[in-house]
Ligand binder design. Sequence first.
Ligand SMILES: Cc1ncc(COP(=O)(O)O)c(C=O)c1O
Length: 408
Amino acid sequence: MTQVYLDHNATTPVDPAVLDTMLPYYREVFGNASSIHHFGAAAKKGLDEAREIVATYLGCEPTEVVFTSGATEADNHVLRGVFEARRQKGKHIIVSAIEHPAVLITAEKLKQAGADVTFVGVDGNGMIDPEAVRAALRDDTILVSIMYANNEIGTIQPIAEIGRIVKERGIMFHTDAVQAAGKLPLRVKDLGVDFMSLSGHKIYGPKGIGVVYIRRGAFIRPIITGGHHESNRRAGTENVPGIVGFAKAFQLAHERMEEDGRRIGEMRDHLQRRLLELIPNIYVTAKNARRLPGTLHVLVNFIEGEGLMLKLSLNHGIAISTGSACTSGTLEPSHVLSAMGISKQLANSGVRISLGRGNTPAEMDYVAEAMAREVKILRDMSPLYDSYTRGRMSEDDRRMYDSFVTAR
Ligand SMILES: Cc1ncc(COP(=O)(O)O)c(C=O)c1O
């Protein structure tokens, strides 16, 4: 069966050039970077060079780059580390309502530990209003954390503008830039951030490696304690193969950013057009917002996104995903779509298609046609769709659907 991978926001394949860079660090250069002998020194050299490469693209000092086990740890490091370091000064933290669980759940946990958390909402296009962030700032605010680009719907937030507002008040500012990496410029000074989280496996690098940028002078406590690694900010023997792989992937992502963005953006737009042509009652989520070039989230009204995803996987070899998480047998709608004011039923019809470097224009036509076919089969089984199309739906329900269509 044809195989089409369209779940790049979940993870990406490791680029062969990245793997080639990593392999010697599993074979010959296997020393512990903390060891003083020449085996250790060789590993340390790889580690130092990797740190310099990452710093170059972030426009920061190498000492401001801390390697972690991934972005989940990076996000935890910032939220917990700032709260630990500054809780005497204040207990107020601001995060957006559409953050990745690595931030959102951590903020909830800090709430249980005594933090006061404000969740800033989004508009119908999934955008955060910088003025809403300004309005939420308080004298006891110690941290603002707003993601650069959303992993489900691809919206790009005005981080530089929010950064200016937050910095005017001298408050610490963090952005989770996992989905923006390789797609948008990440120079930390231009964005006005004190902290940034990055992940290797979203940029054609290895899994289990990430970065937290920590501005020099930004007061934060380590969350993993032990040895003196990473200048006392993150204990644990450095994952040198992962780190050199991260740096290579980060470098490639920057070198290819423009070309990848244009090519992937064109394919996404083509797929979006085809889906709108072939499938009635389908809506592009956050259509009017600035979105990542490779992300396409659609609401396929009258079906379950999970069902469509499984049918595409089983019958057509196509991998996409849904925003909803299946918790203990109940389909909970995506917190991102809920924050946008989208009803539970419609939210559960959502699917995310995320393109990457390996995709081709021909695949987009294959996917559009397969989706159209499977959506028709699923809708033919839906009594709701039948009543809608045959005009048997109650006036109230019809108004609900139609107002949604016009709103889009
Ligand atoms: C926006 C965002 N933040 C954080 C993470 C977590 O990254 P990691 O898998 O490196 O822990 C992800 C991954 O899904 C993400 O998309």
